[in-house]
Design a protein around this ligand. Structure first.
Ligand code: FES
Ligand code: FES
Length: 207
């Protein structure tokens, strides 16, 4: 039990993410030039906030509001503002598919989509796929077929796979490979990913 006058722990919930946020903030303070006056800081802050507005996002069936600049991507809105970290940032350039989410049922690279553009649309992330404890058939098939190794690409692969099946582009192994080609797996789990998609297709009533 820590002494009552002991300082609060640096990362109370013990998570690496919280620690990195706190460490970054402390580092920023330490590196701030001492010669900038408070007034100058406030002016700089207000300039930075000028473009900030409220962005309303319907994520996984829940309306969420954030205050952010219009340049904030959907991926950063999900990960940095809403703490929905299932969608991954692989390349941040639209090249790997790790950030794939569904917007009105269509797969998009959330790193190339602005959050403001996604207002009024239904956004589904990997966190919204299961129904309570019941996995989506695609998630269950990835488990069954070992469709992942390190797992970094997996949320994007699964979201893309769900759309691939719903689009009617999972008719054969070759077709799945073609229509899943925007999702890169550095572990090269492709044969198992393809097997999982073809298996899940039947469970999704698209067989
Ligand atoms: S992080 Fe979006 S495509 Fe790579
Ligand atoms: S499972 Fe490691 S990158 Fe795909």
């Amino acid at each position: 039990m820590p002494a009552s006058n002991a300082p609060a722990p640096l990362n109370p919930d013990g998570s690496r993410r919280t620690f990195m946020k706190q460490a970054g903030g402390i580092l920023g303070l330490a590196l701030a030039p001492p010669f900038i006056s408070q007034a100058e800081r406030l002016t700089a802050l207000s300039k930075k906030l000028e473009g900030v507005s409220t962005i309303n996002l319907n994520v996984n069936g829940t309306l969420r509001s954030i205050r952010a600049e219009p340049r904030v991507t959907l991926l950063d809105a999900l990960r940095e503002y809403l703490d929905l970290t299932g969608s991954k940032k692989g390349c941040d350039h639209g090249q790997c598919g790790a950030c794939t989410v569904l917007v009105d049922g269509r797969r998009v690279n959330s790193c190339l989509t602005l959050a403001v553009m996604s207002q009024g649309k239904e956004i589904t992330t990997i966190e919204g796929l299961a129904k309570g404890d019941e996995l989506h058939p695609m998630q269950a098939a990835f488990l069954k077929h070992d469709g992942f190794q390190c797992g970094y690409c997996t949320p994007g692969q699964i979201m893309s796979a769900v759309a691939c099946v719903n689009e009617g582009h999972a008719g054969s192994e070759a077709e799945v490979r073609e229509w899943m080609s925007g999702n890169i797996c550095r572990c090269s789990a492709y044969p198992n990913i393809t097997a999982a998609i073809l298996d899940a297709k039947g469970q999704m009533g698209k067989g």
